[in-house]
Design a protein around this ligand. Structure first.
Ligand code: AMP
Ligand code: MG
Length: 332
């Protein structure tokens, strides 16, 4: 076994926390069965205890150890068969072996099977279910590379495994399969349409409006993923807002704008103040670069970041959800 995997596994078995890469974002992991270890995650992140954690498992055969899926077996088999390992979390009734701190006292537990080889090797080596939220201070932009983790958590965690850039870049889709009609609690790379096709039944899609007024998932906060720099959003393709800003302003487009030198000149901004999430605007590429771009601009000392919203289709719904919540702090 690779020495890093062995060290991480030892640390977890001993009640410690480690930073691990996943395909979504970097995670701060602890043994989910060890209350004291899980408490360290909340302390390091400054995360409120009423915000439950996701349990990570090696494969669907682990589900029976930690959850009561009997009533939902057909749905569980369809979802895990189609999407696991991958960026979708399912909500199931929990077994008593899971400490209340993981689920914030709820009688359900959120479970996911990650697709990153390093995370999977640690699960296999430790044979432990791992509770793992994103490896960043609570409320800040999620990390998609180890440099971002180090920049915000510093030396608070001894073992951090570098698994390169996260390929998805957005947190998992969360699907409640215990409700009469399955319901998306958090949008992600796996969309309601894709889930509905696999299940062969309707799925209630996520609605930014409803969630922000009346959260239907614990821990889904109106304000989250926030930069320190003021972040303002403008509609896809509508550049009217830009003319009101100059000086220390950064602008981010969904895709590389044609004639971007001209745009910079027009707005009286240096060319380095203009960025884009993806050269061709492909939304999977946007998702992958979303958080790293926001974090880069946040540490570049601009007064304001003006960010274009995506088209609200497919994974664009999840991207727009993260951007809307990141900008909520700055909305009057
Ligand atoms: P993260 O912040 O990425 O660790 O994601 C954890 C999120 O999963 C929480 O903020 C909740 O929104 C959601 N979650 C975790 N457990 C449950 C649960 N039992 N029921 C509903 N949502 C949950
Ligand atoms: Mg998070």
């Amino acid at each position: 076994m690779n020495a890093d995997i062995a060290a991480a596994s030892r640390e977890l078995k001993g009640g410690g926390v480690v930073v691990l890469p996943t395909e979504t974002v970097y995670g701060l992991a602890a043994n989910a069965l060890d209350e004291k270890a899980v408490r360290k995650i909340f302390t390091i992140k400054g995360r409120p205890l009423n915000n439950p954690l996701i349990l990570h498992v090696l494969d669907s055969s682990w589900l029976v150890r930690y959850s009561h899926g009997e009533k939902y077996l057909v749905r569980v088999e369809k979802i895990t068969g189609a999407f696991w390992p991958g960026p979708i979390t399912i909500i199931l009734p929990k077994k008593a072996i899971i400490p209340d701190i993981v689920t914030s006292g709820f009688d359900t537990v959120a479970i996911r099977c990650p697709d990153h080889p390093i995370f999977r090797e640690v699960l296999r080596a430790s044979d432990l279910p791992l509770a793992a939220p994103s490896a960043n201070p609570f409320g800040y932009v999620s990390p998609t590379c180890i440099g971002q983790v180090k920049a915000t958590l510093g030396d608070r965690v001894k073992i951090m495994l570098d698994g390169g850039e996260c390929t998805v870049g957005l947190e998992s889709t969360i699907l409640d399969i215990t409700s009469t009609v399955p319901k998306i609690l958090r949008p992600g790379a796996i969309t309601a349409d894709a889930i509905s096709k696999v299940l062969g039944e309707d799925v209630i899609d996520y609605d930014v409006q409803i969630v922000s007024e009346n959260p239907n998932a614990p821990g889904q906060l109106k304000q989250h993923y926030c930069t320190d720099t003021r972040l303002l959003l403008f509609e896809y393709g509508n550049r009217d807002l830009l003319q009101y800003f100059a000086g220390k302003t950064a602008v981010v487009f969904m895709q590389r704008p044609e004639n971007f030198d001209g745009i910079a000149k027009n707005l009286q901004l240096p060319t380095e103040a203009i960025s884009w999430f993806s050269d061709d605007g492909n939304l999977n590429g946007v998702a992958k670069n979303l958080f790293s771009t926001l974090q880069r601009l946040d540490s570049a000392h601009y007064d304001t970041i003006l960010c274009e919203r995506p088209r609200r289709t497919g994974i664009g719904i999840a991207i727009d959800d993260r951007l809307s919540r990141a900008a909520a702090k700055f909305r009057q």
